[in-house]
Design a protein. Structure first.
Length: 405
């Protein structure tokens, strides 16, 4: 470029030195900010995840305990309602007439019609009418070639003795809420009416809708009823069959079924006043909402961390430029002074520290210039003195030579 000052090696080295200082400082700022923001973001994620997880788990445990209490009240209310319905049936004159008339009792077709009608009216899974001795008279919902098992026999025998029984029991690999009421006439017990309501998948799904958690009823090593479906249902059935299920201590634990995680809590499944321990209640609350919330929280924290990093990086680079610019000026000025430009000075700008450094450098440069000029002056004086002395000596020698001649 015409008129431009050529780039000498010294000037080029000074420019490279200033650029190197600036780049090194920027690199240090970028690395420091990256580490700081990454550490802060990871720490915030860990703390937030721990707090949210602990809070969600504690809340899920409380909700499962509340769901268990609600389920027990629902089953007790259902049993009480079924018992009142059965009591109402046994107090009907028609029912008493059938039970007291020996001809009607021996008429299997008439008794079967009556039992079928009561089963439909009560919306029960099965209905069993027994005599004073506990022997079955008529039944509906139970095959005639299938004798009632020991649990049903004990319930029927107690009811035939005048006791009202409510319990949960399994009958041929199916679980039932059983209500048995004695049929009384004055002080005499004519027999009993026993009805059973199936605790199956339909009942579990209805209970799940009420309690907002998945309801599972386990009998021994068999999954009797569940509101789960698909892979989760098959995995739970397999775990129950292998005996790997949550203990019935009421404590909440994390369980994985299929691809889903659940907070699980197991309890004995008993009615108020019931004596049967045939079933266990396993309640599950899906962990997916908590996982979704944690994923959203992580994304939001990552976005906030990215924004903070960009802002901090811009501020840090600006700060690095503000700090490195005076250093570059001083390095360039020092190079010029080293090349003999004693009038070179540094512009006073930037922060207060940069002002102090620039003034100190300028004072040093002024002092160096002064002593350089002083050295030059003395050197000139010494040269002149030496020259004068030499001239005098030469003049004296010349005069001596002439005299000798």
């Amino acid at each position: 470029m015409v008129g431009a000052e050529p780039m000498t090696p010294n000037r080029l080295n000074r420019a490279q030195l200033g650029l190197g200082v600036h780049r090194r400082l920027e690199t240090h700022v970028i690395v420091a900010l990256t580490l700081l923001v990454a550490f802060a973001l990871i720490t915030a994620l860990m703390i937030a995840t721990r707090v949210v997880t602990d809070g969600a788990f504690a809340r899920a445990s409380t909700e499962l305990a509340a769901a268990r209490s609600a389920l027990r009240r629902l089953q007790d209310d259902r049993a009480a309602f079924a018992a009142s319905q059965a009591t109402l049936v046994t107090s009907l004159p028609v029912f008493r007439a059938h039970m007291t008339d020996s001809r009607l009792v021996r008429d299997a077709a008439t008794m079967q019609v009556m039992v079928d009608e009561y089963r439909q009216q009560l919306n029960a899974a099965f209905c069993l009418v027994t005599g004073r001795d506990g022997a079955p008279i008529a039944r509906a919902g139970l095959a005639y070639d299938m004798q009632p098992d020991a649990r049903i026999q004990r319930i029927v025998s107690a009811s035939s003795r005048g006791e009202s029984i409510r319990d949960i029991t399994d009958v041929r690999d199916r679980l039932f809420l059983v209500v048995s009421e004695p049929a009384r006439f004055a002080e005499d017990t004519l027999g009993s009416l026993t009805v059973g309501y199936a605790l199956d998948d339909t009942a579990a799904s209805q209970l799940a809708e009420i309690t907002h958690c998945d309801v599972n009823i386990i009998v021994g090593r068999r999954l009797a009823a569940t509101s789960l479906s698909g892979r989760q249902r098959s995995d739970l059935a397999e775990r129950v069959a292998n005996g790997a299920m949550t203990p019935t201590d009421g404590n909440a634990r994390m369980e994985r079924l299929g691809e889903n995680e659940y907070v699980a809590s197991a309890f004995p499944f008993l009615l108020d006043g019931g004596s049967s321990d045939a079933a266990r209640l396993l309640l599950l609350q899906d962990w997916a909402p908590t996982r979704g919330y944690l994923a959203r929280l992580r994304r939001q924290l990552a976005l906030a961390g990215g924004i903070i990093f960009v802002v901090a990086l811009a501020g840090g680079l600006g700060f690095a430029r503000r700090v490195s610019r005076p250093l570059e000026d001083i390095a360039a000025a020092a190079g010029d002074i080293a090349s003999g430009n004693w009038t070179r000075r540094v512009a006073v700008r930037g922060s207060a520290e940069a002002h102090v450094l620039a003034r100190a450098f300028n004072d040093m440069a002024e002092s160096l210039r002064h002593w350089s000029e002083e050295a030059k002056r003395r050197h000139e004086e010494l040269r002149q003195t030496t020259t004068s002395t030499t001239s005098s000596r030469r003049s004296g020698a010349t005069a001596s030579s002439r005299c000798c001649r």
